[in-house]
Ligand binder design. Structure first.
Ligand code: ASP
Length: 324
Protein backbone atom coordinates (compact mmCIF):
# COMPACT_ATOMS: atom_id res chain seq x y z
CA UNK A 1 0.00 0.00 0.00
CA UNK A 2 2.76 2.32 1.06
CA UNK A 3 4.78 1.67 -2.08
CA UNK A 4 1.73 2.34 -4.27
CA UNK A 5 1.20 5.72 -2.62
CA UNK A 6 4.85 6.48 -3.22
CA UNK A 7 4.76 5.40 -6.85
CA UNK A 8 1.65 7.31 -7.86
CA UNK A 9 3.19 10.80 -7.99
CA UNK A 10 6.16 9.42 -9.94
CA UNK A 11 3.84 7.79 -12.42
CA UNK A 12 1.91 11.02 -12.82
CA UNK A 13 5.12 12.91 -13.57
CA UNK A 14 5.92 10.39 -16.23
CA UNK A 15 2.51 10.18 -17.83
CA UNK A 16 1.03 13.63 -17.51
CA UNK A 17 3.89 16.03 -17.95
CA UNK A 18 4.63 16.88 -21.53
CA UNK A 19 7.09 19.39 -22.80
CA UNK A 20 9.56 20.41 -25.38
CA UNK A 21 12.66 21.29 -23.42
CA UNK A 22 16.33 21.90 -23.55
CA UNK A 23 17.94 22.45 -20.22
CA UNK A 24 21.11 24.34 -21.07
CA UNK A 25 19.41 27.70 -20.71
CA UNK A 26 19.78 28.79 -24.29
CA UNK A 27 17.04 30.26 -26.36
CA UNK A 28 15.46 27.40 -28.30
CA UNK A 29 12.44 29.22 -29.74
CA UNK A 30 12.02 32.89 -30.57
CA UNK A 31 8.32 32.48 -29.90
CA UNK A 32 6.25 29.82 -28.17
CA UNK A 33 2.69 29.48 -26.97
CA UNK A 34 0.63 27.11 -24.86
CA UNK A 35 -3.09 26.99 -24.12
CA UNK A 36 -5.44 25.14 -21.80
CA UNK A 37 -9.17 24.65 -21.65
CA UNK A 38 -9.38 23.27 -18.12
CA UNK A 39 -8.27 20.17 -16.23
CA UNK A 40 -10.32 17.54 -14.46
CA UNK A 41 -11.55 13.98 -14.24
CA UNK A 42 -12.12 13.57 -17.94
CA UNK A 43 -11.46 10.20 -19.58
CA UNK A 44 -12.05 9.08 -23.17
CA UNK A 45 -15.20 7.16 -22.19
CA UNK A 46 -16.86 10.35 -20.85
CA UNK A 47 -17.00 11.76 -24.38
CA UNK A 48 -18.24 10.73 -27.82
CA UNK A 49 -15.77 10.92 -30.68
CA UNK A 50 -17.74 13.90 -32.02
CA UNK A 51 -17.33 15.73 -28.73
CA UNK A 52 -13.60 15.01 -28.64
CA UNK A 53 -13.26 16.23 -32.22
CA UNK A 54 -15.29 19.34 -31.35
CA UNK A 55 -12.98 20.24 -28.46
CA UNK A 56 -9.90 19.68 -30.62
CA UNK A 57 -11.25 21.89 -33.40
CA UNK A 58 -11.79 24.73 -30.94
CA UNK A 59 -8.41 24.27 -29.24
CA UNK A 60 -6.66 24.28 -32.63
CA UNK A 61 -8.56 27.38 -33.72
CA UNK A 62 -7.57 29.17 -30.51
CA UNK A 63 -3.94 28.08 -30.82
CA UNK A 64 -3.80 29.28 -34.43
CA UNK A 65 -4.97 32.75 -33.41
CA UNK A 66 -1.99 33.02 -31.08
CA UNK A 67 0.46 31.47 -33.53
CA UNK A 68 -0.54 33.92 -36.26
CA UNK A 69 -0.02 36.90 -33.96
CA UNK A 70 3.38 35.67 -32.74
CA UNK A 71 4.62 34.65 -36.21
CA UNK A 72 3.77 38.12 -37.51
CA UNK A 73 5.92 39.63 -34.78
CA UNK A 74 2.96 40.61 -32.60
CA UNK A 75 3.16 40.84 -28.83
CA UNK A 76 2.65 37.99 -26.38
CA UNK A 77 0.12 40.21 -24.61
CA UNK A 78 -2.06 40.45 -27.72
CA UNK A 79 -1.65 36.72 -28.34
CA UNK A 80 -2.78 35.60 -24.88
CA UNK A 81 -5.62 38.13 -24.83
CA UNK A 82 -6.99 37.12 -28.23
CA UNK A 83 -6.67 33.38 -27.60
CA UNK A 84 -8.50 33.64 -24.30
CA UNK A 85 -11.13 35.91 -25.84
CA UNK A 86 -11.81 33.25 -28.49
CA UNK A 87 -12.15 30.53 -25.86
CA UNK A 88 -14.44 32.77 -23.78
CA UNK A 89 -16.79 33.02 -26.77
CA UNK A 90 -16.88 29.24 -27.16
CA UNK A 91 -19.68 27.69 -25.03
CA UNK A 92 -17.74 24.43 -24.65
CA UNK A 93 -15.45 25.97 -22.05
CA UNK A 94 -16.07 27.25 -18.54
CA UNK A 95 -15.23 30.88 -19.27
CA UNK A 96 -17.20 33.73 -20.80
CA UNK A 97 -20.23 32.36 -22.66
CA UNK A 98 -20.01 28.84 -21.17
CA UNK A 99 -19.35 29.86 -17.56
CA UNK A 100 -20.67 27.54 -14.86
CA UNK A 101 -23.37 28.51 -12.37
CA UNK A 102 -23.07 29.47 -8.74
CA UNK A 103 -25.14 27.77 -6.08
CA UNK A 104 -27.85 30.42 -6.50
CA UNK A 105 -28.03 30.03 -10.29
CA UNK A 106 -25.89 32.98 -11.37
CA UNK A 107 -22.63 33.36 -13.27
CA UNK A 108 -19.68 35.05 -11.59
CA UNK A 109 -16.66 35.24 -13.83
CA UNK A 110 -12.98 35.82 -13.03
CA UNK A 111 -10.11 36.70 -15.39
CA UNK A 112 -6.53 37.98 -15.25
CA UNK A 113 -3.74 39.00 -17.55
CA UNK A 114 -0.08 39.74 -16.80
CA UNK A 115 2.84 41.13 -18.82
CA UNK A 116 6.24 39.75 -17.90
CA UNK A 117 8.19 42.75 -19.22
CA UNK A 118 7.21 45.13 -16.44
CA UNK A 119 5.12 42.88 -14.15
CA UNK A 120 1.99 44.89 -14.88
CA UNK A 121 -1.21 42.95 -14.31
CA UNK A 122 -4.97 43.40 -14.44
CA UNK A 123 -7.82 41.25 -13.19
CA UNK A 124 -11.58 41.24 -12.66
CA UNK A 125 -13.51 38.99 -10.31
CA UNK A 126 -17.14 38.16 -9.63
CA UNK A 127 -18.46 39.86 -12.76
CA UNK A 128 -21.76 38.76 -14.30
CA UNK A 129 -22.31 41.02 -17.28
CA UNK A 130 -18.97 41.52 -19.04
CA UNK A 131 -19.01 39.55 -22.29
CA UNK A 132 -15.25 39.03 -22.35
CA UNK A 133 -13.75 39.38 -18.88
CA UNK A 134 -10.22 39.06 -20.29
CA UNK A 135 -10.70 42.33 -22.21
CA UNK A 136 -11.80 44.03 -19.00
CA UNK A 137 -8.76 42.61 -17.18
CA UNK A 138 -6.46 44.16 -19.79
CA UNK A 139 -8.21 47.52 -19.41
CA UNK A 140 -7.67 47.33 -15.64
CA UNK A 141 -4.00 46.67 -16.33
CA UNK A 142 -3.55 49.47 -18.87
CA UNK A 143 -6.09 52.12 -17.93
CA UNK A 144 -6.20 52.06 -14.14
CA UNK A 145 -3.71 52.27 -11.28
CA UNK A 146 -5.21 49.03 -9.87
CA UNK A 147 -4.61 45.33 -10.36
CA UNK A 148 -7.91 43.70 -9.33
CA UNK A 149 -11.44 45.05 -9.59
CA UNK A 150 -14.57 43.17 -8.52
CA UNK A 151 -18.33 43.04 -9.11
CA UNK A 152 -20.29 46.15 -10.06
CA UNK A 153 -17.27 48.45 -9.92
CA UNK A 154 -15.44 46.24 -12.40
CA UNK A 155 -18.46 46.21 -14.74
CA UNK A 156 -18.81 50.00 -14.60
CA UNK A 157 -15.09 50.41 -15.27
CA UNK A 158 -15.34 47.98 -18.21
CA UNK A 159 -18.29 49.88 -19.67
CA UNK A 160 -16.48 53.20 -19.33
CA UNK A 161 -13.53 51.67 -21.16
CA UNK A 162 -15.51 50.41 -24.12
CA UNK A 163 -15.78 46.74 -23.14
CA UNK A 164 -19.06 45.08 -24.18
CA UNK A 165 -21.64 44.54 -21.44
CA UNK A 166 -24.33 41.88 -21.93
CA UNK A 167 -27.50 40.75 -20.20
CA UNK A 168 -26.72 37.99 -17.72
CA UNK A 169 -28.84 35.58 -19.81
CA UNK A 170 -25.97 35.58 -22.34
CA UNK A 171 -24.10 33.19 -20.03
CA UNK A 172 -26.93 30.65 -19.85
CA UNK A 173 -25.97 27.34 -21.44
CA UNK A 174 -27.88 24.09 -20.98
CA UNK A 175 -24.79 22.08 -20.04
CA UNK A 176 -23.70 24.48 -17.31
CA UNK A 177 -27.22 24.62 -15.91
CA UNK A 178 -27.49 20.83 -15.95
CA UNK A 179 -24.17 20.64 -14.12
CA UNK A 180 -25.56 22.85 -11.41
CA UNK A 181 -28.72 20.77 -11.12
CA UNK A 182 -26.69 17.62 -10.68
CA UNK A 183 -24.42 19.41 -8.24
CA UNK A 184 -22.17 16.39 -8.23
CA UNK A 185 -18.47 17.09 -8.02
CA UNK A 186 -17.58 14.42 -10.56
CA UNK A 187 -20.01 15.82 -13.09
CA UNK A 188 -18.83 19.38 -12.83
CA UNK A 189 -17.95 21.19 -16.00
CA UNK A 190 -14.26 21.51 -16.72
CA UNK A 191 -12.95 24.26 -18.90
CA UNK A 192 -11.27 27.27 -17.37
CA UNK A 193 -9.23 28.68 -20.24
CA UNK A 194 -5.71 30.05 -20.33
CA UNK A 195 -2.82 30.99 -22.56
CA UNK A 196 0.86 31.76 -22.06
CA UNK A 197 3.22 33.07 -24.71
CA UNK A 198 6.74 34.28 -25.49
CA UNK A 199 7.08 36.76 -28.35
CA UNK A 200 10.05 37.56 -30.55
CA UNK A 201 10.85 40.62 -28.42
CA UNK A 202 11.47 38.23 -25.52
CA UNK A 203 8.36 39.29 -23.63
CA UNK A 204 6.28 36.75 -21.72
CA UNK A 205 2.56 37.07 -20.98
CA UNK A 206 -0.13 35.00 -19.28
CA UNK A 207 -3.93 35.18 -19.36
CA UNK A 208 -6.59 33.05 -17.65
CA UNK A 209 -10.39 33.23 -17.57
CA UNK A 210 -13.04 31.16 -15.79
CA UNK A 211 -16.58 30.84 -14.54
CA UNK A 212 -15.05 29.32 -11.39
CA UNK A 213 -16.36 26.06 -9.94
CA UNK A 214 -19.88 24.72 -10.46
CA UNK A 215 -22.12 25.25 -7.45
CA UNK A 216 -19.64 27.64 -5.83
CA UNK A 217 -21.02 29.88 -3.15
CA UNK A 218 -21.91 33.31 -4.51
CA UNK A 219 -19.11 35.76 -3.82
CA UNK A 220 -16.45 33.05 -3.98
CA UNK A 221 -13.35 34.10 -5.94
CA UNK A 222 -10.90 31.47 -7.21
CA UNK A 223 -7.24 31.47 -8.08
CA UNK A 224 -7.55 32.78 -11.64
CA UNK A 225 -7.65 36.54 -10.89
CA UNK A 226 -5.17 36.23 -8.01
CA UNK A 227 -1.83 37.22 -9.50
CA UNK A 228 0.75 34.59 -8.52
CA UNK A 229 -1.87 31.90 -7.88
CA UNK A 230 -3.57 31.09 -11.20
CA UNK A 231 -1.82 33.62 -13.43
CA UNK A 232 1.75 34.94 -13.49
CA UNK A 233 4.34 36.20 -15.99
CA UNK A 234 7.87 37.45 -15.43
CA UNK A 235 10.41 37.99 -18.21
CA UNK A 236 13.22 36.81 -15.95
CA UNK A 237 11.64 33.35 -15.57
CA UNK A 238 8.38 32.18 -17.12
CA UNK A 239 4.67 32.69 -17.75
CA UNK A 240 2.15 30.36 -16.10
CA UNK A 241 -1.61 29.86 -16.38
CA UNK A 242 -3.31 27.37 -14.08
CA UNK A 243 -6.54 25.40 -13.89
CA UNK A 244 -7.90 23.24 -11.10
CA UNK A 245 -9.24 23.46 -7.58
CA UNK A 246 -8.64 27.16 -7.02
CA UNK A 247 -8.46 27.17 -3.24
CA UNK A 248 -5.32 24.99 -3.39
CA UNK A 249 -3.79 27.11 -6.13
CA UNK A 250 -4.29 30.21 -3.99
CA UNK A 251 -2.90 28.70 -0.81
CA UNK A 252 0.14 27.26 -2.58
CA UNK A 253 0.62 30.37 -4.80
CA UNK A 254 1.19 27.90 -7.61
CA UNK A 255 2.08 30.13 -10.56
CA UNK A 256 4.52 32.29 -8.62
CA UNK A 257 6.00 29.28 -6.85
CA UNK A 258 7.04 27.85 -10.22
CA UNK A 259 8.65 31.16 -11.17
CA UNK A 260 10.37 31.40 -7.77
CA UNK A 261 11.84 27.89 -8.07
CA UNK A 262 13.39 28.96 -11.36
CA UNK A 263 14.57 32.32 -10.05
CA UNK A 264 15.96 31.34 -6.67
CA UNK A 265 16.86 27.67 -7.13
CA UNK A 266 17.80 27.69 -10.81
CA UNK A 267 15.38 24.88 -11.64
CA UNK A 268 14.36 24.29 -15.25
CA UNK A 269 10.78 25.10 -16.24
CA UNK A 270 9.86 21.41 -16.30
CA UNK A 271 11.43 20.64 -12.91
CA UNK A 272 9.91 23.70 -11.26
CA UNK A 273 6.45 22.99 -12.68
CA UNK A 274 6.47 19.32 -11.75
CA UNK A 275 7.78 20.06 -8.27
CA UNK A 276 4.67 22.14 -7.64
CA UNK A 277 2.02 20.28 -9.64
CA UNK A 278 3.14 16.67 -9.25
CA UNK A 279 4.52 16.86 -5.71
CA UNK A 280 3.29 19.78 -3.63
CA UNK A 281 -0.26 19.75 -4.97
CA UNK A 282 -0.52 15.96 -5.16
CA UNK A 283 0.55 15.68 -1.51
CA UNK A 284 -2.35 17.87 -0.38
CA UNK A 285 -4.98 16.70 -2.89
CA UNK A 286 -4.91 19.86 -5.00
CA UNK A 287 -6.19 18.64 -8.35
CA UNK A 288 -5.37 20.49 -11.57
CA UNK A 289 -2.60 21.57 -13.87
CA UNK A 290 -0.62 24.37 -15.46
CA UNK A 291 0.70 25.46 -18.82
CA UNK A 292 3.99 27.36 -18.88
CA UNK A 293 6.51 28.93 -21.25
CA UNK A 294 9.91 30.18 -20.15
CA UNK A 295 12.13 32.99 -21.39
CA UNK A 296 14.11 30.58 -23.57
CA UNK A 297 11.02 29.34 -25.39
CA UNK A 298 10.69 26.03 -23.54
CA UNK A 299 7.10 24.88 -23.09
CA UNK A 300 5.83 22.66 -20.30
CA UNK A 301 2.32 21.38 -19.54
CA UNK A 302 1.82 19.51 -16.30
CA UNK A 303 -1.32 18.16 -14.63
CA UNK A 304 -2.18 15.72 -11.86
CA UNK A 305 -5.80 15.20 -12.92
CA UNK A 306 -6.96 12.61 -15.43
CA UNK A 307 -7.10 15.06 -18.28
CA UNK A 308 -6.46 18.62 -19.35
CA UNK A 309 -7.63 20.28 -22.56
CA UNK A 310 -4.33 21.61 -23.83
CA UNK A 311 -2.11 22.51 -26.73
CA UNK A 312 1.11 24.22 -27.65
CA UNK A 313 3.08 25.46 -30.65
CA UNK A 314 6.63 26.71 -31.07
CA UNK A 315 8.74 28.55 -33.60
CA UNK A 316 10.56 25.33 -34.55
CA UNK A 317 7.34 23.90 -35.94
CA UNK A 318 6.03 21.76 -33.11
CA UNK A 319 2.28 21.92 -32.63
CA UNK A 320 0.02 19.64 -30.58
CA UNK A 321 -3.47 19.57 -29.10
CA UNK A 322 -4.45 16.92 -26.55
CA UNK A 323 -7.11 16.13 -23.95
CA UNK A 324 -6.20 12.92 -22.10
N1 ASP B 1 -9.32 27.32 -11.01
C1 ASP B 1 -10.71 27.61 -11.25
C2 ASP B 1 -11.30 28.14 -9.95
O1 ASP B 1 -11.04 27.56 -8.92
C3 ASP B 1 -11.52 26.46 -11.72
C4 ASP B 1 -10.90 25.58 -12.77
O2 ASP B 1 -9.82 25.86 -13.25
O3 ASP B 1 -11.52 24.55 -13.12
O4 ASP B 1 -12.07 29.06 -10.00
Amino acid sequence: MKSKTFLLPLLLVFVFASSCQRTDNQKINDWAIAIHGGAGAMTPDNYTQDEIDGYKVELNAALNIGVTILKDGGSSLDAVEQVVRYLEDCPLFNAGRGAVFTNDGKNELDAAIMFGKDLTAGAVAGVGDIKNPILAARKVMENSPHVLMVGKGASLFALQNGVEIVDSSYFFTDTSYRDLQRSLERDKKMGTVGCVALDIEGNLAAATSTGGMTNKRYGRVGDVPIIGAGTYANNSTCAVSATGHGEFFIRYTVAHDISALMEYKGLSLAKASDEVVQKKLVDVGGEGGIIAVDKWGNVHLSFNSLGMFRGYATENGESKVKIF
